[in-house]
Design a protein around this ligand. Structure first.
Ligand code: ADP
Ligand code: TRP
Length: 349
């Protein structure tokens, strides 16, 4: 008998159009995991409420995240693809987790600290939903007995809180009440930089969206901040955004060529300058590097772009896929919550 399939689970907030960081950090590894695992991928719309989007934004962005997953190849028949808010068991489990997680752990959570440290909010002004963000996230994961959670590095600590919540429940109500999940964080894509060199994020407006038309895409890539080296001088690949992004999309031979172009400052590193009437014809600079990145990003997404636009124009289909996904997901979630309630004593038997 073959061993039971493991479960992979991840969520993306509908807070904007997904960008290259979401793709490399979460969507691409999740699609890879969906080949051999039982996949649970969802739109974290309840989490999006922590940034109080307008009604219109929330509706539009939920469709956008749904269409993104499907356009990139997620098969809703083979997986569980749903909206978090369609699974009421999530918020029920979140309450139990709130009752076992200590305050201190949540005040040290990335979501809360980011609001206080980076956005300058007084702790008293941080809203409770943002404070308990990791509790809801732990419920998302633990409700489905997830084995593996593909996320970007920024979510590592939230995942540790989910593990701790499961341990605490098991300690209090018995081993096996909840399954302890593991993170899947690809070291190469831990934190994708945005066009300003900081972490790419929907909220920072430094992202490169996945399905931009050629012209705006080229313009956006052109805005990636680089140093002001003269054309023909060697460029450094170390911690450099254009090279880093390129190397995550291009194949090994293409990356090797770009590395040699950077090191030599020449388009064709094998040709000597005196082979040219005007050696500067062979000079390589940021414009060329960005052109190469543009091409590889365009080629990666050009097929999915049309599909994304087609799906965005067919909301009835998206509604239907998500409704069916919610039914399938609840079939898995309900018995898990029943198991937990029996262990806790909310249900006597
Ligand atoms: P954002 O941070 O842009 O608001 P989300 O919070 O919805 O996006 O993140 C969805 C997924 O994408 C998470 O798994 C997150 O870790 C991943 N992710 C977001 N930004 C990046 C990035 N710059 N590099 C790697 N992964 C990222
Ligand atoms: N907090 C995640 C983010 O900001 C989104 C998310 C919500 C999530 N619930 C999850 C990710 C459960 C993985 C598993 O990116």
């Amino acid at each position: 008998m073959s061993p039971p399939r493991r479960r992979s689970l991840t969520g993306i907030k509908p807070t904007g159009v997904p960008h290259l960081g979401n793709y490399l950090g979460a969507i691409r590894p999740a699609l890879e995991l969906a080949k051999a695992n039982d996949a649970f991928y969802f739109i974290a719309d309840l989490h999006a409420l922590t940034s109080t989007p307008s009604r219109e934004e929330l509706i539009e962005q939920t469709y956008s995240v749904a269409a993104t997953w499907l356009a990139l190849g997620l098969d809703p028949e083979e997986t569980h693809f749903y909206r978090q808010s369609d699974i009421p068991e999530v918020t029920q489990l979140a309450w139990l987790l709130s009752c076992v997680l200590p305050l201190g752990m949540l005040t040290r959570a990335h979501s809360f600290k980011e609001a206080v440290d980076n956005r300058g909010l007084a702790p008293d002004d941080v809203r409770h939903g943002l404070f308990s963000y990791p509790v809801l996230m732990a419920a998302d994961i633990l409700l489905f007995d997830a084995d593996v959670v593909p996320v970007g590095k920024d979510q590592k600590q939230h995942l540790e809180i989910a593990q701790e919540a499961a341990r605490k429940v098991n300690l209090t109500y018995g081993e096996g009440t909840l399954k302890i999940p593991e993170a899947a964080i690809d070291e190469r894509v831990m934190t994708i930089p945005g066009i300003d060199g900081e972490k790419m994020s929907k909220s920072r407006d430094n992202g490169v969206d996945l399905f931009m038309d050629d012209k705006p895409l080229k313009k956006r890539i052109g805005k990636i901040v680089t140093d002001s080296r003269a054309l023909g001088e060697p460029l450094f690949t170390e911690k450099e955004t254009v090279f880093q992004l390129y190397s995550l999309f291009a194949d090994a031979a293409q990356v090797d060529l770009l590395r040699r172009q950077y090191a030599s400052g020449r388009k064709d590193p094998a040709r000597a300058d005196d082979a040219f009437a005007d050696p500067s014809e062979n000079y390589f600079g940021w414009g060329h590097a960005k052109g190469a990145l543009f091409e590889v990003v365009r080629d990666t997404f050009s097929g999915a772009r049309g599909e994304y636009q087609r799906l965005m124009a067919d909301r009835a289909y998206l509604d239907q896929v998500l409704a069916r996904g919610a039914d399938k997901a609840r079939e898995v979630a309900t018995p898990v919550l029943e198991r937990v309630w029996r262990a806790v004593g909310i249900r006597p038997a």
